[in-house]
Design a protein around this ligand. Structure first.
Ligand code: ZN
Length: 118
């Protein structure tokens, strides 16, 4: 009976572990979808900023202060994107190289992409 219970406990642990992994995959998929939407918003914002710059420069009324609202919105979108990337890194248990920004897994002392010290 003891061996059967051990087997049962092991099976439970494996099923639980699999469930956690499945949740991680689900979370990463959701976070990647949010990141894609933010990237789309960033592209739209750059396009709107470019259109406004072009129109104002044509009318020779160009003043960089006119762009503060658009630049703040872009800063906010970039901050949101960084948060999502950090959440994905946390789930995948990876860190970012401070030099090239590529994701690094495990406890390696140097970046596998650029060789910088991590
Ligand atoms: Zn690197």
């Amino acid at each position: 009976m003891g061996m059967f219970n051990d087997l049962l406990e092991n099976t439970k642990a494996v099923v639980q572990k699999f469930g956690e992994k499945a949740n991680d995959v689900y979370d990463i998929t959701k976070l990647n979808a949010v990141k894609t939407r933010i990237n789309c918003d960033i592209e739209k914002s750059y396009k709107a900023l470019g259109n406004k710059y072009y129109i104002l420069s044509k009318s020779s009324q160009l003043d960089t202060a006119d762009f503060s609202k658009e630049i703040s919105a872009l800063d906010e979108l970039h901050a949101q994107k960084e948060t999502i990337i950090k959440q994905i890194d946390d789930i995948k248990k990876q860190k970012r190289c401070p030099v090239c920004g590529k994701a690094q897994s495990g406890d390696k002392p140097f970046c596998a992409d650029c060789g910088s010290k991590l």
